[in-house]
Structure formats: C-alpha cells, structure tokens
Design a protein around this ligand. Sequence first.
Ligand code: SF4
Length: 266
Amino acid sequence: MSNKPLNPLELYKHLPKTNCGRCLLPSCLAFAAAVVSGDKKLTDCPFLIKEQLEQLSTGLQPRSKIEPDQVEFLNQLQEKIRSIDFEEIAPIIGATHRNDELIINALGKDFTIDRQGKIRSECHIIPWVTAPLLAYATNPTHQEITGTWITFRELQGGLDWQGLFTSRCERPLRQLADDHPTLLSDIIDLFMGKETEAFEADIALTLYPLPHVPLLICYQAPEEDLDSKLTIFFDACCAVNLHIQSIYSLCAGLIQMFDKIAQRHI
Ligand code: SF4
C-alpha cells in the first residue's frame, strides 16, 4: 500500500460490501467514510482480519493530524487572498468591494474579508464558514448559477465524499426535520431562504450559503408506514465554484448550526 492517505472509496474496496450493519452504520461505504474521518475504528468491522487491519491502518491519518492540516489549509488560503484583485473578483463571485475589502453575503449575513484573509461579520463568525469563504473567494474558476439541480454524488468528486455527506448532512437533517416539524420553515425565515413549488416534496427550500453556491433541500414527511425522505440538491455550478471538500464542510457546518437552532430555539 502506498504512503498516500486512504480515501473512503479506496478503503471501501477492502471491506466485505455486505452492508450487514454490525459496525452500527447502514453500509460499508458509510463505514469507510466514518473511518477516514476518524469517527470509527477499523476494528469496528468484525470481518477485517489482522493482516487487513495492519495493512489498512498505515493509510489512515491519526485524528490528531487532521487539525494541523486544516490550519495549514487556512494559512494557504490566507496567503492566496493577499494576491487577489478584490475589485476584479467581486462582481464575478457575486460579492461587493469596499475599502480594499471583499464583502460576501452568506445566508443573508454579510461577511467581510480583509487583505490578510481575516473575516468579520455582523453575526458571530462560525469557524466552519471560514475555510469555504476563503476557498470561494480565491477559486480561480467561476460559473454563473445554471438553474439545473443535481445531487451531491453528481458533483465532481462527490462520489468519494458521498458516504460522509449522507451520514453527516442528509441523514441528520432528515432526523432534525422529523423531530422538529417547523424547523425547515424557520430556516427559511432565519436565513433568507425561499420556498419553491417546483419539486414534489412537502417542503422544498433554496438557500444561498454562498452567493453562487445555491442548494435546495427537499423534505417529504413520514407517512403511515413510509419513512421520511430528505435530499439536498446543488446547482450544477457548485462544483466549479467550490471544491467538493469545501462543499461538504459547508453543508456539515450548516447542519450543525441547524441542530443548535433546533435545540435552543424551537
Ligand atoms: S460491519 Fe463491516 S461488513 Fe458490516 S456493514 Fe460494517 S463495514 Fe460492512
């Protein structure tokens, strides 16, 4: 095995692929994603033999290594922002430019990025928004909103992150919506969302976590013996405007924030 860290798809290839659920996750792919993110251990799958455990564990990053990587990633983005022409980039990415600062609206709130890559906002700066905001502003390619909605797995690179996206984003949000029936309507009010009739769902709402990164949440409430269903769609431009990892981070952060809102205010 190479020294390169394992990604969920590579790890999945080594699993039994029976989706038996003994690891307390619904599928081997979800297990692979959870192991890579540090939320599960290889030994939680009872079917991996000693040799496999030894071989696979060399490709996994210890949890403690993940944080410094993120710090390094942020440092790189802050370095990059110093060379960006704010005046030129602002209209392209749907931002405004004032006093050599870039102002980006996210979920109805203004976030101001200064020359050093520091962010300030009218509201509390939520750590998960920092890296995606800087990544969005420093992305060299950009596409206008297309109006075509696609699933996470259809985004470029989405397949590799699908397991994690399902377990950290779609599934917990579905559970929150089941437990707090007014949550999605409250999100519309709190974050300048828009309800849309275009989809067959009990509630379909669009949100703009970044100006040109729209997402659409479609929720079908449980009915008699049918489980509820929730899918998050993305405009086809999203994967051009933001790297898949940042899209995932943005969504995972959003769901954590919705969870806090549900616990505190609803
Ligand atoms: S216990 Fe192993 S085989 Fe069963 S679902 Fe989990 S990873 Fe797959």
